[in-house]
Design a protein around this ligand. Structure first.
Ligand code: MSP
Length: 517
């Protein structure tokens, strides 16, 4: 991953739905990476983008069903996403909406550029042709056989009719080899590996050109060279990654392009790993470094759906566990990249055991002992002169860094928890309560080491649970804001904790869950 800057994106979410924990999952993962890279590279060198996708037939229809104008409808829902991310403490640098003027302007610019492009085979990249297929009048869109249930549109229970429409197409079929080469050479990395294989499989089968405009649809961005047509929503949606940076000439674009990670779930991999890179090649722009498609999850083994009534809003989780714990629990249910299940019982269990018992108790026990044996000040001890066990977390920091680079969040967390468990075992082994009467010198060393492990844990947790990290630092006697101004190397260095610093034992980090059953 490039060292100087970090540009990360989530998908821009359709506003035909309210935010749920599916959207939250991707957004939280991106937030962790953005926060980690801010620590490493400095806040100015990180750009984290999210937003909402607001055009297209689906949205126009949903607005009509609610008896609202599309604009009012999307304004209301976009605000719900903004509020959701604010209350979930998401640290995005920008929230783009595709109905914003800045987006529409860049989309038109990009279409104009693409209109002039010749493919490697010397053809026009953009061409007009008839599109023929099964059309659902209710949806105002073409359907494939796979979309239909018993030959009918599942949303309208009607049989689609044969329909011919003239559209603009991208000649993506001329770029199969170019794209394969770029994937094989590592210029474009698709992760996890299984997803890269899937994309190569698609390219081996051969690509069909894609229709990139729609006729007779008002709710979209008009093509700058054809007033009869609007952009197909997917194509203009992808362009948000450029429009948010002010277009190819924008200052932000010059600083942050290309994206270091485009993050999403597997449902939209093809758009990001095939169509989008080909558009970029045609535009003459650099490809993203990495496209990462994580898995899909179910809730208690059931698909999340309004009919089943198991859709969880991010606010519900935050209310029950607190924002930081909610994020942590969400990301640690199963291995990122795989499909998985979120079990409500497991969330509670992890909250109590992993957060409350392992981490919460460690902090509270060690701070109590510091109060009891050293009047609340960090004992006088020079870590260079350790007589017992020498702690050094440098190798752990490298492993943590590697795992975050690979988006293996649970493995990165496991590195942190290895240390938390080690610290808990160290207390049992050293028995400070016995040392208090037998050996003050060793007691000082043990308590110092424990406090320093807790300090390092707080730094490890900044990307995942920033408020909890701040609380721990405050309890250790720091001003967290000041601490974070230090260089990352300094923060990671074993023994940075100063002897004599006064701790401030505070509230319990993970209060007991209120039993509502
Ligand atoms: N608007 C398009 C994206 C355009 S990006 C240029 C879109 N929007 S969406 O609202 O349908 O969001 C899909 C994304 O939501 C997934 O890729 C994933 O990030 C997230 N998820 C929604 N439900 C999810 C699960 N059940 N499990 C995991 N991720 C989920 O597609």
């Amino acid at each position: 991953m490039s060292k100087e800057k970090f540009y990360i994106t989530t998908p821009i979410y359709y506003v035909n739905d309210v935010p749920h924990i599916g959207h939250t999952y991707t957004t939280v993962a991106a937030d962790v990476l953005a926060r980690y890279n801010r620590l490493k590279l400095g806040a100015d060198n990180v750009y984290f983008l999210t937003g909402t996708d607001e055009h297209g037939v689906k949205i126009a229809q949903a607005a009509e069903e609610k008896g609202k104008t599309p604009q009012i409808f999307v304004d209301e829902l976009a605000a719900k996403f903004q509020t959701a991310w604010d209350s979930f403490d998401i640290s995005q640098n920008d929230f783009i909406r595709t109905t914003e003027e800045r987006h529409e302007k860049v989309v038109k610019e990009l279409y104009l550029i693409l209109k002039e492009v010749k493919t490697p085979d010397g053809n026009d990249f953009l061409y007009k042709a008839d599109y023929q297929g099964l059309y659902c009048v209710g949806c105002e869109s073409f359907k494939t056989e796979d979309d239909l249930v018993d030959g009918k549109c599942p949303d309208h229970q009607t049989e689609p009719v044969e329909h011919k429409e003239t559209n603009w197409f991208f000649r993506i079929s001329d770029y199969e080899n170019d794209l394969k080469r770029k994937i094989n050479s590592g210029e474009l990395v698709i992760q996890p590996e299984s997803k890269q294989k899937e994309v190569m499989g698609l390219l081996d089968q051969g690509l069909k050109d894609v229709a990139v405009s729609r006729q007779n649809l008002k709710w979209g961005i008009e093509l700058p060279f054809d007033q009869e047509q609007v952009s197909y929503v997917w194509i203009e949606a992808l362009m948000n990654y450029i429009s948010a940076l002010g277009g190819p000439e924008g200052d932000l674009f010059k600083k942050f392009w290309p994206a270091n990670v485009h993050l999403m779930a597997k449902d939209i991999l093809k758009f990001h790993a095939v169509i989008w890179p080909i558009m970029l090649i045609a535009l003459g722009l650099e490809l993203p470094e990495k496209v990462y498609a994580h898995g899909y999850f179910t809730i208690d083994s059931q698909k999340m759906s309004k009919t089943i009534g198991n859709v969880i809003a991010p606010a519900e989780l935050a209310e029950k566990y607190g924002v930081d714990a909610a994020k942590f629990l969400l990301l640690n249910q199963f291995h990122f990249g795989n499909d998985g299940d979120i079990s409500l019982a497991k969330l509670d269990e992890m909250y109590n055991n992993v957060l409350g018992n392992d981490l919460g108790n460690l902090v509270s026990r060690v701070l109590s002992m510091t109060e009891k044996y050293f009047e609340g000040s960090v004992p006088d001890f020079d870590p260079e002169l350790s007589k017992l066990q020498k702690f050094d977390l440098q190798a752990d920091w490298s492993r943590y860094d590697y795992f975050l680079d690979m988006l293996q969040f649970d493995d990165a967390i496991e590195v942190v928890w290895e240390n938390i468990r080690k610290a808990n075992a160290y207390i049992e082994d050293q028995k400070p309560w016995e040392l208090a009467t037998s050996n003050q010198e060793v007691l000082a060393e043990v308590i110092y080491n424990l406090l320093e492990i807790i300090r390092q844990t707080a730094i490890f947790l900044i990307p995942f649970m920033p408020n909890i990290a701040d609380q721990i630092l405050t309890q250790l006697g720091y001003d967290p804001a000041k601490e974070k101004q230090k260089s990352f190397e300094e923060l990671q260095k074993w023994g940075s904790l100063s002897s004599g610093q006064q701790i401030k034992k505070g509230d319990v980090l993970f209060p007991r869950l209120v039993d509502n059953s």
